[in-house]
Ligand binder design. Structure first.
Ligand code: PMP
Length: 360
């Protein structure tokens, strides 16, 4: 067996320990004589799996009792419409545009109500997080929306916006469980799991209970109504059973490692290795304002397209794969999620150093 260092932005690297455990349980889950893939979502065994996953996530994130945890489908993108359909009661919301994903969410919300663009970093190709200390937020807004970590551009809010008392909604797809969060500061947090948590096909929504009502836009599909999902403990219909089971294993892995405080420490250590190198290198440069740098997605360029392509190719040959940057930024991007071992980043930097020396 030979595993590569996978720097994909998502679907992304998962903890090897989790994959091995899943492999061991593939044919016979704990004496059931069947795989989790094969069992009814209404069985007692599966009920324990999903309940345990929720309990472990609640413990990890210290989720207060007045929040629901929902395991849903449709990816993060489905939430771009579910959020306004469920929450836009005044038909008005503020969006902060820090990249493609926030932009797409805002475009979808416009179908359902008025969207006020509160701030944007489009002027510099989303390479920074705008000042959010005094935004034109008004009381009649149903929520303020952010994309907390911008996967494509490698920026992250280091401080949440001052929402002036308006509910905050955050897409945390690419920074989910990478550091502790104070859930009580948000009305709704959601993330596709395919970066830091598990296999694609699940989106976790953590929503304050008072927001979950029958009073949603009349055309809201039953499946997209949070109340349907909350009333049925995420089991209104057949959930992505196997994927939730893997997420549950990742939650246990995180707990065993020491929880989110420890994850933050490890992630800071890993990111520093790469950013320190980018700051000292004469060939490779980071593309983001230093104070807004993400711990998860690290874009960088050489400034020469051919050299970028040569680097990506040679890196892949050496076992460092999926380093090609998003087409809108170009260059390279190393996604160094929770499951990327420190060794992977250390070796990548060694490779970059060597490449720089050989291509002067
Ligand atoms: N939000 C962010 C921050 C993302 O990175 C992505 C996917 N890369 C999405 C939303 C869209 O996720 P999905 O493909 O699950 O709809």
């Amino acid at each position: 067996m030979s595993r590569v260092y996978n720097f994909s932005a998502g679907p992304a690297v998962l903890p090897e320990e989790v994959l091995k455990e899943a492999a061991e349980e593939m044919l016979d889950y704990k004496g059931c004589g069947m795989s989790v893939m094969e069992m009814s979502h209404r069985s007692k065994v599966y009920d324990n799996i999903i309940k345990e996953a929720e309990a472990d996530l609640r413990e990890l994130m210290n989720i207060p009792d007045n929040y629901y945890v929902l395991f849903l489908q449709g990816g993060a993108s489905q939430q771009f419409s579910a959020i306004p359909m469920n929450l836009m009661r005044n038909k008005k919301a503020g969006y902060i545009i820090t990249g493609q994903w926030a932009k797409k969410a805002a475009a979808e919300a416009k179908k359902y109500g008025e969207v006020i663009e509160l701030a944007s970093s489009a002027d510099k190709n989303f390479s920074y997080i705008p000042d959010c200390s005094d935004l034109p937020i008004t009381d009649d807004m149903d929520y303020v929306y952010i994309c907390e970590n911008n996967t494509i551009y490698g920026t992250k809010y280091k401080e949440l916006p001052n929402t002036k008392g308006v509910d905050l909604v955050a897409d945390v797809s690419s920074c989910f469980l990478s550091e502790p969060v104070d859930v009580s500061k948000y009305a709704l947090i959601y993330g596709g799991v395919q970066k830091n948590v598990g296999p694609a096909g699940v989106v976790v929504v953590i929503i304050r209970k008072d927001l979950v009502k029958d009073d949603v836009m009349p055309f809201t599909p039953t499946m997209l109504k949070y109340k349907t999902q909350a009333d049925n403990d995420s089991l209104y219909n057949t959930p992505p059973c196997y994927n939730i089971y893997i997420c549950g294993k990742v939650f246990k892995w995180l707990k065993k490692l020491g929880g989110l405080e420890k994850m933050k420490e490890l992630n800071e250590e890993k990111a520093k290795i790469l950013y320190d190198f980018l700051d000292e290198s004469e060939m490779f440069k980071g593309t983001v304002e230093k104070e807004d740098r993400s711990l998860m997605n690290v874009p960088f360029v050489t400034g020469d397209k051919d050299l970028d392509a040569k680097f990506v190719k040679e890196a892949a040959e050496a076992g460092f794969v999926n380093l090609k940057g998003h087409r809108t930024v170009g260059g390279m991007r190393a996604s160094i999620y929770n499951a990327m071992p420190k060794e992977g980043v250390v070796k990548l930097v060694e490779f970059m150093r060597e490449f720089e020396k050989n291509n002067k």
